[in-house]
Design a protein around this ligand. Structure first.
Ligand SMILES: C[S@@+](CC[C@H](N)C(=O)[O-])C[C@H]1O[C@@H](n2cnc3c(N)ncnc32)[C@H](O)[C@@H]1O
Length: 286
């Protein structure tokens, strides 16, 4: 992507401001889900993801279904997927398992699923990282929606997730590319257990390392309105607690990378998400 001198200059200014400094504080687990929701409310990405995943799940027929959502957060996305899955007639059993290390998020996930009031829906949740979650059984669909950034080892995670699929099952990873927005994350976010956040190029490399062959990648082209965003939303966007000195630079950078919205002339920051899908072969079928 070609960056204008002002985008380039502002990113360099942020790099200089951070050079040699201690890492910024990470986002607090207690407020993560709330700030994430406030961020998503300014973007059209969530609706695009929900529509994309609902369409994929609808292709899986009307028999019993097991879904594992890794990094399920507060369940606000999964509840939009589980609802239609349990609407089909005749009723079919749906097992929906969430994994997330933040108890506040898993509590909200359980409440959101219970709120659907569907007897055919059995929900389980594990308050754990994916590596530590005592998940049992096999799944038709395993999703990582914006959660692969945080795992310690992408290839090992992809391999482990693929091993949880039934024959004919599918692993779906939605992850952001290292675009204009995430160049900020690269400069500003503190390391997670010693590693930087993983973006789409890391997922592609991890799939190769894991020996998995995805379908052609799809990109959902979303836009986020960060003009006048609150400090919390700005911090979520860069995945760090910003200092008062850094915020004006970050706002100037976001203004410089903004483009007209898809449905309006208002300026929006590109907020794309890449979709990787890997199937598990059915025995005897190549
Ligand atoms: C950006 S949120 C996405 C939440 C949800 N999938 C959605 O789209 O609304 C990322 C989630 O991944 C979770 N997470 C972080 N590290 C994780 C790990 N190692 N294993 C599983 N989940 C993790 C976080 O707690 C957070 O809820």
């Amino acid at each position: 992507m070609l960056r204008t001198p002002s985008q380039h200059g502002l990113l360099d200014a942020l790099r200089s401001a951070r050079s040699g400094a201690a890492a910024l504080p990470a986002l607090a687990p207690e407020s993560y889900a709330r700030d994430h929701a406030a961020f998503e409310a300014r973007s059209d990405q969530r609706a695009l993801i929900a529509a994309h995943l609902a369409a994929r799940l609808a292709l899986r027929g009307d028999g019993p279904l097991a879904v594992l959502s890794v990094g399920c957060g507060d369940g606000s996305l999964d509840v939009r997927l589980a609802g239609p899955l349990t609407d089909v007639r005749p009723v079919r059993p749906v097992r929906y398992v969430g994994v997330d290390p933040y108890v506040g998020s898993t509590t909200a996930f359980t409440a959101a699923m219970a709120g659907l009031g569907r007897e055919s829906l059995s929900t389980e949740v594990h308050v754990a990282t994916f590596d530590d979650a005592p998940v049992t059984g096999l799944f038709d669909v395993v999703t990582f929606v914006h959660s692969m950034y945080y795992v310690p080892d992408v290839a090992a995670t992809l391999r482990a997730a693929h091993n949880l699929l039934r024959p004919g099952g599918e692993l779906i990873v939605l992850n952001a590319p290292r675009g204009a927005l995430n160049l900020l994350v690269d400069v500003l976010a503190p390391p997670i257990q010693g590693h930087r956040q993983w973006f789409s190029d890391d997922i592609a490399a991890g799939l190769v390392e894991a020996g998995l062959q995805p379908e052609a990648t799809t990109t959902l082209d979303a836009r986020v309105d960060l003009d006048g965003a609150s400090e919390e939303v700005l911090d979520f966007a860069v995945q760090a607690r910003l200092t008062p000195e850094l915020r004006p630079l970050v706002r100037a950078y976001l203004a410089a990378v903004s483009v007209p919205g898809l449905l309006s002339d208002d300026l929006r920051v590109p907020h794309p998400v890449d979709v990787y899908r890997v199937g598990r072969a059915v025995a005897g079928v190549s």
